[in-house]
Structure formats: C-alpha cells, structure tokens
Design a protein around this ligand. Structure first.
Ligand SMILES: [Zn+2]
Ligand SMILES: [Zn+2]
Length: 129
C-alpha cells in the first residue's frame, strides 16, 4: 500500500499530499537555518509525488541561487525546498508523519547551540553521490 501523508501550513490555507515519502532527515545548512529558524527537518519525495490539495495560489517562491524555497504567502510556513527531481518537504507540517530520521546533511555548518541527539548518519556537507 502506498503511503500518503497530508500536510498543512500554520494558517491552514495551503494543504498538500505527499505520496511514497522516501526518507526523512535534517539539513543544517545556514540557508535552512535562516528559512526555518533552526535546522530543517524534511522528507525527501519525488516531485511528481507532491501535490497541492488546497491554496496553491497562495504559495510563493523565494528564488535563491540554490534550491528555490516555497512557502505560504499568508502565514509564512516553510513548505518545501525544491531540489529539482526531489522535493525536501518540511516535516513539521505533516502531523501523521511517523518516520525515523535517517540523515543529517551540512553538519559542518550547523548552529553551535544545536546538539544532534540521534544516531542518524551525519555528513559534513552532502552524501557522496
Ligand atoms: Zn498558511
Ligand atoms: Zn539546508
């Protein structure tokens, strides 16, 4: 059975579904820290498995040099980081998410006050391709 997760932003205007989430983990880069306030806990999903079910017209995109950042234009919730073929979807918006974090990316750039407390694999930057 394919697993489908539902997510919604803080104000509830934007809702989406994620089918067949592939993995969950954290990105500790300085861009994610500025975008979310801390590290970004996210779920990796193929872009064709991400669909808005409500409020897509409210979604805004911050075009950055790296992955474009998509967020709710009303409440500002971080929704997903567009990595091209994959999306990194903010985990906190999906209340039924029950996955175990599998990785920590960009650990070389993490905030000095953040302590990693699980056994998920750590990468100084990105995993070797
Ligand atoms: Zn919102
Ligand atoms: Zn990041």
């Amino acid at each position: 059975m394919a697993e489908t997760l539902k997510g919604a932003c803080l104000c509830g205007s934007v809702a989406y579904e994620v089918k067949d989430p592939e993995s969950m983990g954290y990105c500790h880069c300085s861009r994610c820290q500025r975008w979310t306030g801390s590290s970004l806990a996210g779920v990796v999903v193929a872009k064709e498995n991400f669909h808005f079910t409500d409020g897509e017209d409210l979604v805004e995109t911050y075009e950055s040099e790296f992955a474009p950042r998509n967020f709710c234009g009303n409440c500002g919730s971080s929704i997903y980081d567009d990595l091209g073929e994959k999306y990194f979807v903010a985990a906190g918006l999906m209340r039924d998410l029950d996955m175990t974090p599998a990785f920590h990316l960009q650990v070389a750039y993490k905030a000095p006050w953040e302590q990693i407390g699980d056994n998920a694999e750590q990468f100084a930057e990105n995993p070797p391709a």
